[in-house]
Design a protein around this ligand. Sequence first.
Ligand SMILES: CC(C)(COP(=O)(O)OP(=O)(O)OC[C@H]1O[C@@H](n2cnc3c(N)ncnc32)[C@H](O)[C@@H]1OP(=O)(O)O)[C@@H](O)C(=O)NCCC(=O)NCCS
Length: 253
Amino acid sequence: MTTEIFRDFHSPDIPDTVLVQAAELFSNHYGIWNTPAGRPGGKPGTRVKLNVSRLRSQHLPPGARCSYVSVHVDEALAGNVFACRWEYQGRQVCWITQLVVHREYRGRRLATRLIEKLRDIDDEIFGIMSSHPAACIAGSKACAGFPLPHISRHFIQSCAKEVMASSAIPYVRDAKLRGALFSDSATDTEGLISGADTEFYVDHEEPLSALAWIRAHSEWPLGDLPEGHEFLFMCCVRRRVNGHPIKEVTSPA
Ligand SMILES: CC(C)(COP(=O)(O)OP(=O)(O)OC[C@H]1O[C@@H](n2cnc3c(N)ncnc32)[C@H](O)[C@@H]1OP(=O)(O)O)[C@@H](O)C(=O)NCCC(=O)NCCS
């Protein structure tokens, strides 16, 4: 019988031994560089890698309220998620700063369940930037409580800029919002509806193939994915009832 064990940690009490494994998972399973000449990033065709000191500086900066949840399947690290929390106009924001599932364990809803485990009773706003549409779907299921096609794009449009500007995580704070939600000019957006220019030139082959499948089977509300960009997904967090996980519903309450 397969055993799945979820563990959670909170900064500053995240030991290096845990981060060594997280860096290894990221370096082996996150993605591959596809950096154009003259742009920031690694050599095209090589893996995007992280070490413990960059994990700490990028995902766990001093003073920020950060969390980490891992899942081990039969003792192997199968996936993990990093998040940071802060207040925006008196509401607690929970923002995913990294989400990776080992290639052999994808498609078992581990990403969705990692985000569910990460959720705190006081979270009110959830956000993620990701080039992988499955990460946005997982966030929507775990936090909004309904499928992605039902999200409120108006919510993203109305508060993304201010919520993100108040983050302690530089890559969230400095992301340039892009897409039809944030621009009057359709020509600027290259088909993107909600996203950010993060200058992160990770290869899009896998996310685009997932996107094609998703679009063939359902609606996709965040648009196309230009190079160097990530989708931006945000929602209001649906409250748990009596501490029980949310049940999926078919439309927003
Ligand atoms: C993105 C990632 C974390 C998803 O992990 P996962 O455990 O496979 O995700 P889940 O099983 O929870 O799937 C979430 C949803 O996406 C769908 N999905 C997952 N992979 C998919 C794919 N390749 N094609 C189409 N849909 C997919 C699932 O069916 C599920 O939707 P459903 O609940 O409506 O069925 C994983 O693919 C990954 O680590 N990718 C590389 C790193 C990355 O891009 N991370 C995100 C950046 S922050």
